[in-house]
Design a protein around this ligand. Sequence first.
Ligand SMILES: Nc1ncnc2c1ncn2[C@@H]1O[C@H](COP(=O)(O)OP(=O)(O)OP(=O)(O)O)[C@@H](O)[C@H]1O
Ligand SMILES: [Mg+2]
Length: 299
Amino acid sequence: MARKISFINYKGGVGKTSLIVNTAAALAKLGHRVLLCDFDTQSNASIWLLRLDRWNKINAAGEGSIYSIFEPGRAQVRELVVKDVVEGKTGEKVLPGLDLIPTTFNLVDLENEFNGDPKRPHYLVFYEQLATIEANYDFILFDCPPNILRAAQCGVFASNEIYVPVNPDALSLIGFTLLVEKLYKFHQLSASFRSSAMGVPAQVQGLVFNSIKAGVDIEVPKMRLQLRLNQFKTAKRAAPAAKIFSTQIRDAMVVRRAVALGLPAALVGADVEAGPAAGDNVVNDYKKLANEILQHAII
Ligand SMILES: Nc1ncnc2c1ncn2[C@@H]1O[C@H](COP(=O)(O)OP(=O)(O)OP(=O)(O)O)[C@@H](O)[C@H]1O
Ligand SMILES: [Mg+2]
C-alpha cells in the first residue's frame, strides 16, 4: 500500500510546494517510487518539474492535466502520469522514480463551472481512479493550495496522512488552526462516501518548520505550535502520533534557484550564487526529513 500524504496549511507561501517537490525528490533518490499530484491551480509544482515549455503545451491543449478526469470520458488518472518527470537539458531522465500528475490553469473550473454528480463527488471520482495505479508507488504526495476547496478535497480524501509546513510566525499558527477546523468539517461532509476499506480519514501527522534563517531562534513559535498541537490531540482532532518533526528546513538560495532551473534542489549543481555548502546543507535537510517521514509510524 502506498503512503498517501497531503502537504497543506491554510496559510499561503509557507513552502508547501518547495517542501513537497524536494522531499519527493529525496524519497526518489532513496530508491522509493513516488507520484506527486499537483492540486494547486497555480500549477507551481507542475511548471517547476515540467519546465515552462512542456507545461505550456499541456496548458494550451487543455488535455493531460488533472481536470480532464472531471470531464466524463475525457481521461483517466493513469493516462495523465508523466513518468520520471525530471529531465536534464537534452531531455534525459535525471531522476528516475519521480512521476507527476500535472495540473494546469483549468483546474480552477473545478471550483466554479463544474457540476458534478452529488452521488459521486469529485473526490470519490479521483479516489477510485487513483486506486488503479496505487500499487505502482511507495508514496503518493498531494500538493494542495492553502484551502480545502474542491481541488484540495481530492488530495485530502485520498490521503492517509496530513503534513503541515509552517514558518516561525503567528500566521502559520493561525493557518494550522484553521486547517484543523476545516479538515474536521470536510471529514464530516465526506463521511458517507468512505467505505471501511478506505481506512480512517487522514489527520495531521506532522508539522515541518520551513525556511528557517540562520541565527533565528524558533523556540517560542515552536512552543506555541506544540501547545496548539497538544490541544488538538486531546480533542482528537490530530493523530495521537502527530509531532513537530525534528528536521527543520533551512532558508537557502538554492531552493529559490531550483525553481528557475526546473530541478529539485538536490540536482542543482554547485555554483557561485547558490554556494556549494548552502546547497548541500539544505539538500541534506530534505534527505533527513524524508528519512524521518519513512520512520514515522501512523497511529
Ligand atoms: N527553504 C527555503 N529556502 C529559501 N526559500 C524558500 C524555501 N522554501 C520556500 N522558499 C521560497 O518561498 C516562496 C514560497 O514557497 P512555496 O511556493 O513553496 O510556498 P507555498 O506554501 O507552496 O505557496 P502557495 O500557498 O502559494 O502554494 C518561494 O519563493 C520559495 O522559493
Ligand atoms: Mg504551493
